[in-house]
Write a protein that binds this ligand. Sequence first.
Ligand code: SAH
Length: 375
Amino acid sequence: MNPSPPYDPEARRATPLALKVEERIRRDGPISVRDYMHACLQDEEHGYYRTRTAIGAAGDFITAPEISQVFGELIGLWCAVVWQQMGAPDRVSLVELGPGRGTLMRDALRAAKVLPGFLDAVMVHLVESSATLREIQAATLTDDARRPTWHDSLETLPGATPTIVVANELLDALPIRQLVASPDGRVERMVGLDDAGRLVFLHGSTVAPPPDGVAALADGELVEIGDYSLLAPLGGLARGAPLAGLFIDYGHWVSPPDDPIAGETLQAVRHHAAEHPLTSPGEADLTAYVDFAAFGRQAGRQGFGVDGPVTQAEFLGALGVLQRASRLMAANPAKAHEIEAGVARLMAVPGMGSRFKVVAIRSAALTPLPGLARG
Ligand code: SAH
């Protein structure tokens, strides 16, 4: 399952962050994979999301809203239907976590014009850690009368307000832990230095007691533990008002048995090509598969109902992707081929249509959310 090419320490790039991390390890000792991933993505000076505008054909990776406007439009309509399910409250926070270039939100708000009452009620909130991307989001969303409010974290989102949350490819960017089964028990996987001073993976100290489900590993097997702690502030909001959240990401879902799945999925992508995660610290996107079973269990502990996951193809299909695409093609004949190709890419099985999964959480009083009934 390890998606990375083999590590070649000779191919290591002396990025500014590599030098900073090596210095930190020389000073303080090895760091956990989680701290390494956090530094790579979020380091104040050299973190990938702090410095780059990585998303899009010219960047390192492309995402669904950048492939087709239909993606954000259908999510906008989904939000409008959920708002009706909430009883059409006259105020609703529409929150996007990790909005990238702001494209999904722009397309969602445009499509939601068919329900003017919804748009009148909407206050847009964007949770974004990257100053660079915030600027791009502001530029993307200038046409819209609803000025977004930006947040560093979920803690500052308004309480006591009905809330709809969407997040595409956010969970895969949250730092994971890796544990390895060894004769000493479950050990934390670390990043340290080899004799030549180059970054390498090492075994750290024993983790006791091992987290849920990690007991059943064979020696040498590795397991990843995702960080879904954002569910706690969402659970807090849901205790004051209805809340629905839609999460789209690649990952796995095994149930039963719903143990963490053995195997490494941490991966690096730079200029649309896979790299080893230690090769270009801070200059490659680092992600890991989402463990949707663990996400669902943690959501349940916060009192949420969980709908799905279904595949992206099932979700978009249920929301009428083909009808929407054909209407759009009829209205823009010159772009018909482009529209068709974009939708085909989002729906491809095998491909994005099956690799990406959609899961939703809802506060207990809400009925199941649209598009997520499992076949
Ligand atoms: N949703 C967008 C972008 C996905 S990339 C799209 O589909 O195109 C991941 C996004 O999450 C980026 O905007 C990144 O800056 C943001 N991000 C990553 N970690 C974050 C964190 N801990 N808090 C807030 N935003 C984060």
